[in-house]
Design a binder for this molecule. Sequence first.
Ligand code: SAM
Length: 250
Amino acid sequence: MRIDIISIFPDYFAPLELSLIGRAREAGLLDVRVHDLRGWTHDRHNTVDDTPYGGGPGMVMKPEPWGEALDEVVAERPARLILPTPSGRPFTQADAERLAGEEHLVFGCGRYEGIDSRVAVDAARRMPVEEISIGDYVLNGGESATLVMVEAITRLLPGVLGNRESHVQDSFASGGMEHLVEGPVYTKPGTWRDQEVPPILLSGNHGAVDRWRRDQALRKTARNRPDLIEATPVEGFDKRDREVLAEVAE
Ligand code: SAM
């Protein structure tokens, strides 16, 4: 996968050289290029913002550098453009799974009061464009939102995680967990500060362990994310699921 990121703070993306993503890049599984938007300005001060039409506080990112930057970055190969913005659709694990299937993603990081709205309209004439929010709060810029999305997407690429199975059981993962968060996890020692690991996990009975894990996931979801349970059609739960949910509701 190729990822291009356009920002006025390219140094923000140093973490993409670390850990699993850093290793994936070294292994050639992932090609990440970070571009400084100011490289597409033509004035002495490398201006990227101006006052908003209609008045009001703050500044708005000018369309010209963005237009030139996007023209150049997508010239070589087709891409899908992601514009992080609090006014976008909420980012979910399903989006991460879908976007992990793309060959080329471009992230455009806004600052100030955002990017002149004509940039997204113009880009959509040449490529698919998605405005995506990482949550109902406002950040200073799209850089941290891009880091979040890049991490969620790239950890799903084949070969990036050590254990290929590990994201299948994650919270929200398609294939059974899409409406659930993961339950509690444990490692050695078996007893720690008077707390014992649940004996079922030591039983060696894989079927019983899987069922116990699902029960725990249902309980934790009901406790922390009842909205997910409420939004799930009844067919999304089997008979035992429904029993566990009824117990939790009592
Ligand atoms: N005036 C904008 C509004 O109220 O919707 C907020 C602009 S914010 C200060 C500057 C930039 O941060 C945005 O253009 C976007 O790139 C990024 N940003 C802020 N919050 C975000 C969020 N929740 N999700 C994704 N990107 C966000």
